[in-house]
Design a protein around this ligand. Structure first.
Ligand code: BGC
Length: 751
C-alpha cells in the first residue's frame, strides 16, 4: 500500500467516523451508561474465585447478552460499524458491556510501547523505548515497570484492556514489527513478556499476548500459510508464548492473521484448543487479530472466543448457528465464561478505570531508565567512550535529525509525540499510518548540555562531503543513523537506508574518533564496522531517548544491555536469504470499500516454509557454523567482568551457581547468561539459553549467582507422546557474558 492510499483511507475513516458520531450521539445518549459496573449482584463478592463469579453471571445471561460479549463493535474498512461503537473510548476495540448485570464494556487500546491514538483522542502517552529495547535490558524488573507504566496510562485514558504484548520470535529479522517484539530466544522473550504482563495486570487492566502464532513476517500476513513441524514450533515460537502465559497468567491471547499448517491461526484447533487451552491450561480468552476471523462454526469449535473488530461471524451468524444447533450452548458458555473470568481475575470489574491526568514526569523517568538499561554498546575501541566532557573541545553531531528528535516504530504500535512530528513545523505533525514519526527528544541538545565547554556543531548529513568536513575539524564525530520499521511491511534489507552507510564511511575516514548511534528496530548490517571506534545500538529510544543516550555517551550511565537478537554479517547468512512475497491474490485491496470481505472470506494462500525448524537466531548460526557480526547476548560495558567457580547441582530443577567479579574500576551491571547443550540423541542445535541473571556489582565486587533451570528448558518436545521429554544423558552447562563468550563449562549427567 502506498502512503497516499493509506492517508486517503485515514482521512476517509475520520470523516466517516465524524458522520457516524453526528448521527448517533443523540440516540446513544438515551441508552443507559454501558460503562457502568458493579452493583449489588452476588458475583460482586470479591472473596469468591473469578471462575465462580463468572459462572454465576453466565447463568443469568440471555443468548443475546452472551453474543454481545463475543465480538467488537466494528472498525471502518475492516468491519461495518455498530451504532454502539460511539461508546468507545477511541481505542482499536470496544465491546459492549451488560449494565443489567453490572458488567462493564471492554475498552481496548493498542499499547505496545505506550498507549496508541492518544493524539487523535486529545490525550498524551509516554513512548517507552521499543519493546526490543526492553528485552535488551535482560532485566525482568525493568519489564515489570514497562508493563506497569502502560497499565497506568491505559487506565488514565479510560481503557481496561491492552492489545500489546507482542512476542513473535525474530525468525525473519526483516519483519517490520521486530521492534514490537522481544527478540529471537523463547526463554528471554517469554520471561520478559511475562514480567511486562504481570506489571500491567497489577494495574487492573486486562493483559494480552500476541500474535499467536508464527506471524513472523508482515509480507502477505493475511494470507500466508506458514509450514513448520510441530516439534520445532513447540520448542521455539510456541515456547515463548507458553512461558509468557504461565509466568503472568495473562488474561487474553490474540490469534494472528496468518495460516499455520493449513488453517488460519484464528480457527486452528491445534493452536487454540490442543496446545493453548488443553496442554497449557490457559484460562483466559482468545480474541482474533483485527479481521483475523474467517468463520463461525469452525472458529468457535477450534477455540476462538471473541471476534475483533466487528461481528461478521460472531454476531447474528453465531446466534443463528446456536439456534440451529450447529454451535452448542456449552461452547458459547465457555467463550463467555473465559471473558468474564478474565475480567474478574484482572480486577476490571471491581476496580474500573477512571480517567485522570497521565503522570507525564513519572513516565519520562521510566522511559529514560529503560533506555539506559536497554541501549547496547557494541563496539568501544581504545575506550573511545565514555566521552570526557573535560577533555573534549569539539564534537560533530551528524545525521538522523539528531538536532530535533529520535525516530519511533510505526503501525498500530505508534505512540503520538507531543507537539506532533519533530521534523515538521510545530502543530503540523500528524501520525498517519506509516508516517515516519520522530519524537521531540534532541540528542544535540543533550550532548551540548553534557559538554558545556565544547563547540558542538550539527550537520544533517545530507551533504556527505560537508558532514565529513565538519567531522574532520572536531575531536569526536557522533553519527546518528536510523532504520525505520512498521507493521504492515517488511524491510527491503537489513542495510541502513538513504546512503547512511556511505555517510558513516566518509565521516569515519575524516575522523578516527567516530561514534555511531543506531536507531533501529532490530539488526542492521555494518559494512563500516571496522572503520569506526564505537557503536551504540539505541533502538527506538522513546520519549526521553536523547537524555538516556547522552548519559551513556558521557558515562553517567554504564551500559549493561545485551543483544536479544543476532546481528548477522549479511543477509546471505540468514535461514531465508529473501522474504517470500505474496502474489496479487494474496494482498488485500484497501482501495475497495469491502476490503474486509476479501480478508474475511480468505485471500489466496502462499507458502512460507520454516525448514530451519528449531534453529532460530543464534541456534541457526551456531548449527551452521556461520560467523556473525554481533552475537546474541553480546554487549559491552565501561567495566569488565570475570566468571569463576561454576557448580551445577543435578536434580529436578538443576541449579547453576557461579561467581561474577567486576574486574574494572567502575560500578556496573552484568547480564550473566546460562546456556546448555543437550545429549547428542536430542539432535538439537549446539546450545540454548536456559537462564540468566542481571547482577549489579561495584568496582572490584564479586557475587555468587545462582540460576535455577526449569527442566522444560532442557527438554525436547516429543510429538508422538505430545509431551516434553528430558532425555537421559550428558548436558553441558555454559556460563558467561554472551552466547559466544562462555568461559565456564561443566558437563552433568541427568536422567
Ligand atoms: C495488528 C494488531 C493490533 C490490531 C488493532 C492489527 O492490524 O496486527 O497487533 O492490535 O490491528 O489495532
Amino acid at each position: 500500500m502506498s502512503e497516499d492510499t493509506i492517508m486517503l483511507l485515514h482521512v476517509r475513516s475520520l470523516l466517516n467516523r465524524f458522520i457516524t458520531l453526528a448521527i448517533l450521539i443523540p440516540v446513544v445518549a438515551l441508552l443507559p451508561s454501558l460503562a457502568q459496573s458493579g452493583g449489588n449482584h452476588p458475583w460482586m463478592n470479591t472473596s469468591l474465585a473469578p471462575d465462580e463469579r463468572a459462572s454465576m453471571v453466565v447463568k443469568e445471561m440471555t443468548l443475546d447478552e452472551k453474543i454481545t460479549l463475543l465480538h467488537g463493535t466494528g472498525m471502518k474498512g475492516l468491519s461495518p460499524m455498530s451504532p454502539l461503537a460511539v461508546q468507545s473510548d477511541g481505542g482499536a476495540g470496544y465491546v459492549v458491556g451488560i449494565p443489567r448485570l453490572g458488567i462493564p464494556g471492554i475498552q481496548m487500546s493498542d499499547a505496545a510501547y505506550g498507549v496508541r491514538s492518544s493524539g487523535e483522542n486529545g490525550r498524551y502517552s509516554t513512548a517507552l523505548p521499543s519493546d526490543v529495547a526492553g528485552a535488551a535490558s535482560w532485566d525482568l524488573e525493568a519489564g515489570y515497570q514497562y508493563g506497569a507504566l502502560i497499565g497506568r496510562e491505559l487506565r488514565a485514558q479510560g481503557y481496561n484492556m491492552t492489545l500489546g504484548g507482542g512476542i513473535n520470535l525474530t525468525r525473519e529479522p526483516r519483519n517490520g514489527r521486530t521492534f514490537e517484539y522481544l527478540g529471537e530466544d523463547p526463554v528471554l522473550a517469554g520471561k520478559m513478556v511475562g514480567s511486562v504482563m504481570k506489571g500491567l495486570q497489577a494495574q487492573h487492566v486486562i493483559g494480552d499476548i500476541k500474535h499467536y502464532a508464527l506471524n513472523d513476517q508482515e509480507s502477505g500476513r493475511n494470507a500466508v500459510n506458514v509450514n513448520i513441524d510441530k516439534r520445532s514450533a513447540r520448542e521455539s515460537d510456541l515456547l515463548a508464548f507458553e512461558i509468557g502465559i504461565k509466568e503472568s497468567d495473562v488474561a487474553a491471547v490474540m490469534c494472528s492473521y496468518n495460516r499455520v499448517n493449513g488453517d488460519y491461526a484464528c480457527e486452528n484447533q491445534w493452536l487454540l484448543t490442543d496446545v493453548l487451552k488443553k496442554d497449557w491450561n490457559f484460562k483466559g480468552f482468545v480474541l482474533s487479530d483485527w479481521g483475523g476471523t474467517h468463520s463461525t462454526e469452525k472458529a468457535s469449535a477450534a477455540g476462538l472466543d471473541h471476534e475483533e473488530p466487528g461481528e461478521l461471524f460472531y454476531g447474528p451468524e453465531l446466534k443463528n448457528a446456536v439456534e440451529a444447533g450447529k454451535v452448542s450452548q456449552a461452547e458459547i458458555d465457555d467463550h463467555v465464561h473465559r471473558i468474564l473470568r478474565s475480567m474478574f481475575a484482572t480486577g476490571v470489574i471491581d476496580d474500573p478505570p477512571r480517567k485522570s491526568v497521565v503522570d507525564v514526569m513519572g513516565g519520562f523517568e521510566v522511559a529514560q531508565a529503560i533506555e539506559e538499561q536497554g541501549a547496547v554498546l557494541l563496539k568501544n575501541d581504545n575506550a573511545q567512550l565514555p566521552l570526557d566532557a573535560a577533555k573534549v573541545h569539539s564534537i560533530a553531531v551528524i545525521g538522523a535529525h539528531a538536532d530535533v528528535g529520535m525516530i519511533s516504530g510505526g503501525g498500530s504500535a505508534q505512540v503520538d509525540p507531543p507537539g506532533g512530528n519533530a521534523i515538521m513545523p510545530p502543530g503540523k505533525g500528524n501520525t498517519y499510518w506509516q508516517y515516519h514519526i520522530w519524537f521531540p527528544t534532541s540528542p544535540l541538545k543533550w550532548i551540548r548540555a553534557k559538554a558545556p565547554g565544547a563547540n558542538v556543531q550539527f550537520n544533517s548529513g545530507e551533504d556527505q562531503a560537508a558532514a565529513a568536513a565538519v567531522a574532520k575539524s572536531t575531536d569526536v564525530a557522533i553519527v546518528f543513523v536510523h532504520q525505520w520499521e512498521s507493521e504492515g511491511m517488511d524491510l527491503a534489507s537489513l542495510a541502513l537506508p538513504d546512503h547512511q552507510d556511505e555517510l558513516i564511511a566518509k565521516v569515519a575516514a575524516a575522523n578516527p574518533h567516530t561514534v555511531v548511534v543506531i536507531e533501529s528496530g532490530g539488526a542492521v548490517t555494518m559494512p563500516w564496522v571496522g572503520q569506526v571506534s564505537a557503536i551504540l545500538e539505541a533502538w527506538y529510544a522513546g520519549s526521553r531517548g536523547s537524555d538516556a543516550v547522552a548519559n551513556v555517551l558521557f558515562g553517567d550511565v554504564n551500559p549493561s544491555a545485551k543483544l536479544p537478537l543476532t546481528f548477522p554479517r549479511s543477509e546471505a547468512d540468514l535461514p531465508h536469504p529473501t522474504v517470500v512475497k505474496p502474489g496479487p491474490d494474496s494482498i488485500p485491496n484497501y482501495r475497495q470499500h469491502d476490503v474486509w470481505k476479501q480478508i474475511a472470506t480468505g485471500l489466496a494462500p502462499f507458502q512460507v516454509t520454516y525448514n530451519e525448524g528449531l534453529k532460530v537466531g543464534y541456534k541457526w548460526y551456531d548449527a551452521e557454523n556461520k560467523p556473525v557480526l554481533f552475537p546474541f547476548g553480546f554487549g559491552l560495558s565501561y567495566t569488565t567482568y570475570s566468571y569463576s567457580n561454576l557448580k551445577v547441582t543435578a536434580g529436578k530443577n538443576p541449579r547453576v551457581t557461579f561467581r561474577v567479579t567486576n574486574t574494572g574500576s567502575r560500578a556496573g551491571a552484568e547480564v550473566a547468561e546460562v546456556y546448555a547443550s543437550l545429549p547428542a540423541a536430542a539432535a538439537e542445535p549446539p546450545k540454548r539459553l536456559v537462564g540468566f541473571s542481571k547482577v549489579e556489582l561495584k568496582a572490584g565486587e564479586s557475587k555468587e549467582v545462582s540460576v535455577e533451570v526449569h527442566p522444560k528448558y532442557l527438554s525436547i518436545f516429543n510429538v508422538d507422546q505430545n509431551a516434553w521429554q528430558l532425555l537421559p544423558g550428558d548436558y553441558g552447562f555454559m556460563v558467561g557474558g554472551s552466547s559466544q563468550d562462555l568461559p565456564l563449562k561443566q558437563t552433568v549427567s541427568l536422567k
